[in-house]
Design a protein around this ligand. Structure first.
Ligand code: ADP
Length: 291
């Protein structure tokens, strides 16, 4: 006769709740439970969706992290999400990414520049993500930009540590997909227009080309990036894009970087990377705890 399991202590319950947060039953909970920015919550409501999709109700609580934890120590984990195409994955990563940047802006940080990078395998997909993102950032002060031909990521240190997007002058004039929400672009030292953006949405090749402008390896760093989103991660980890995708990951050197991988299939490429990443993280934790 086995003893019945002892009920969980309060501390254990709290830990379990953190590891497996309750699913999001309604978009209203984004505000009431996760305290996301009120303007962002309004923008989500404005989309007119009645209930979160399956992938949204599971991943949003994990991506948003424990609401009781302060800004400085946001607790969201690295994440691998597998769900079919068309199931609403974009909203699942855009809401948390935008909310984190609103919090960052409110924290009066001296850091300005690219805080989040979203990588997608095709320009069409990247463009769709930007269109969806634009509806969500309206009025929040967050800027989302599609990486375009003729744009380069450059470091500037004139007003705090920052990465801005510099455009080749002739490309920007009358360019058809001009970023409508941009303020009037400022000029850089070489007179090229400069765009400040918080979120950069890009294909792997465009960003890698920009970060390796002078053929350096490893690539230039993206020192402020806290959220790296790999959309269609199964494709991004295929041989065609794999090295570029991993190079971008290596460029995101901030210690608080959180990576999320979104995929329609759980291929061995995704699984292997997830396993090796988890192993590496665990080894790091073990090393820290023994030193
Ligand atoms: P995925 O990235 O998984 O392929 P998308 O994020 O592109 O899917 O979403 C597919 C479509 O579903 C989009 O048109 C989006 O506006 C819509 N959508 C997203 N969330 C919801 C929801 N909760 N209810 C209804 N439609 C939604």
């Amino acid at each position: 006769n086995e003893e019945p399991a002892a009920p969980l202590s309060k501390k254990e319950m709290k830990r379990a709740r953190r590891m497996y947060p309750q699913p999001l039953v309604s978009f209203k909970e984004l505000r009431s439970r996760y305290k996301i920015s009120s303007r962002l919550a309004e923008n989500v409501a404005g989309q007119g969706f009645t209930v979160p999709t399956e992938v949204q109700l599971g991943s949003l609580p994990l991506m948003l992290g424990d609401p009781s934890v302060s800004t400085a120590e946001i607790s969201e984990p690295d994440l691998l999400v597998v769900a079919p195409t068309g199931s609403g994955k974009s909203l699942s990563f855009l809401i948390p990414v935008i909310n984190k940047i609103v919090r960052h802006h409110h924290s009066q940080s001296e850091e300005h520049g690219i805080l989040s990078v979203i990588v997608a395998p095709t320009k069409e997909l990247a463009s769709q993500i930007v269109n969806e993102g634009r509806k969500l950032v309206a009025g929040t002060g967050v800027k989302i930009t599609l990486m375009r031909k003729g744009m380069r990521v450059v470091e500037r240190s004139d007003d705090g540590e920052t990465n801005v997007l510099e455009e080749e002058a002739e490309e920007s004039a009358g360019s058809e997909d001009e970023d409508e929400e941009d303020d009037k672009p400022k000029k850089s030292q070489n007179n090229a227009p400069v765009t400040k953006s918080d979120i950069l949405v890009t294909t792997p090749l465009m960003l890698v080309n920009s970060l390796s402008a002078n053929q350096t390896k490893p690539l230039a760093h993206l020192p402020l990036v806290r959220s790296l989103v790999l959309d269609e991660a199964d494709v991004l980890l295929d041989p065609l894009f794999r090295e570029q995708t991993l190079d971008i990951w290596r460029s995101c050197v901030h210690p608080d970087l959180r990576v999320s991988l979104w995929s329609a299939t759980m291929g061995s490429n995704v699984e292997d990377l997830t396993r090796s990443t988890i192993k590496e993280r665990l080894e790091n934790i073990e090393q820290k705890s023994t030193t």
